[in-house]
Design a protein around this ligand. Structure first.
Ligand SMILES: Nc1nc2c(c(CN[C@H]3C=C[C@H](O)[C@@H]3O)cn2[C@@H]2O[C@H](COP(=O)(O)O)[C@@H](O)[C@H]2O)c(=O)[nH]1
Length: 306
């Protein structure tokens, strides 16, 4: 994920609305360096797991739809994860590639037992079709074949996914430069790693190459911890719950500066303690902290990427 790291650093050094505060990073690192809070994957107990290829299929569908929950104030990531889990427990064929290509909005809602239209429902359905079509065309219908083709490399896994599935191509242009963020492709690699505890499908020799997953929760946590500072205009937009357009400078800076800041935290932890910590582990800690603080105000962007 060198391109994610390098392009996020570029944004951080040309940023107009978001600043990464080195002193803030030092304070946070000082407070956690001896015991980085370890958060178990699936600590919420919401995920499907059977130790086999169907788990990989579940995670791929989950991460194809893992974006934009906030427009419905009652809808959370948990509802998606546990809804898909239950649907799969009731019918092992719900995520077969041919079925994925046929879902309609109301059918997806029914699958999740959600009583009203989902945010960006048409996009969610389109992405399910895209996943089903490309899985069938290139991977024998099975997401586990994508994982098997990556030679135990998370970097290769992310790049195969981005090459084959346009919906996972989370990149943009910022001040004339192409910037790569790859939130859902990277979170899929991390989910497979977490679910299988780094073994079998989850064995990746380069899991340390993955960065954090730039969503709308982690930037809000980093700001609360004093790691990110916002301009007063951006602060007012977020506090006023006003939408920020996808691809705007503000939005790209929020996401890229979060990635850059956590890479800096990780470097500092290593320097001070000699201990290697993974960005995935820091992400899970920051994210779990964020979702346990529902009063945290986050930015609002309509996006299929996060
Ligand atoms: N950075 C980061 N962002 C994450 C996740 C996860 C879930 N990861 C699973 C992996 C292991 C655990 O068992 C988790 O269940 C979801 N999100 C993002 O959050 C937002 C949803 O927020 P809310 O509207 O409040 O539900 C949305 O953009 C979603 O894409 C993560 O881990 N890291």
């Amino acid at each position: 994920m060198e391109e994610v790291r390098a392009t996020s650093a570029w944004v951080a050094s040309h940023s107009s609305h978001v600043t990464v505060d080195s002193l803030g990073i030092e304070k946070v690192v000082e407070s956690v360096e001896n015991s980085i809070p370890k958060v178990e994957w699936n600590y919420e107990g919401i995920h499907y797991f059977d130790n086999g290829p169907l788990t990989v299929q579940y995670l791929f569908v989950l991460d194809a739809l893992n974006f934009c929950f906030w427009p419905d104030k009652d809808l959370n990531y948990d509802d998606l994860a546990s809804g898909l889990k239950e649907a799969l427990q009731n019918d092992k064929t719900v995520f077969d590639a041919d079925r994925l290509q046929k879902y309609t909005g109301p059918e997806l809602r029914e699958l999740l037992k959600w009583p009203r239209p989902l945010p960006l429902e048409d996009e969610r359905v389109r992405l399910m079709h895209e996943v089903g079509f490309e899985l069938e065309r290139s991977f024998g219908g099975k997401a586990s074949n994508i994982v098997e083709s990556c030679g135990k490399s998370a970097v290769k896994l992310v790049s195969i996914i981005a090459r084959h599935f346009p919906g996972f191509r989370d990149h943009t242009v910022y001040k004339g430069h192409q910037v790569f963020l790859y939130k859902r492709a990277q979170i899929f690699a991390a989910d497979v790693w977490g679910a299988f505890k780094g073994e079998g499908y989850g064995e990746f020799s380069d899991v340390g190459s993955i960065t954090i997953f730039a969503d709308y929760i982690v930037p809000a946590v980093l700001q609360q911890l004093g790691v990110l500072k916002y301009s007063s205009s951006l602060d007012n937009i977020i506090k006023g719950n006003k939408e920020i357009g996808s691809g705007t400078e503000e939005e790209v800076e929020l996401r890229a500066c979060s990635i850059y800041a956590v890479e800096k935290m990780r470097d500092l932890i290593q320097k001070r303690t000699g201990k290697q910590v993974l960005s995935v582990e820091l992400d899970l800690w920051l994210w779990a902290y964020g979702v346990s603080n529902p009063s945290l105000q986050h930015h609002r962007t309509l996006s299929i990427y996060y």
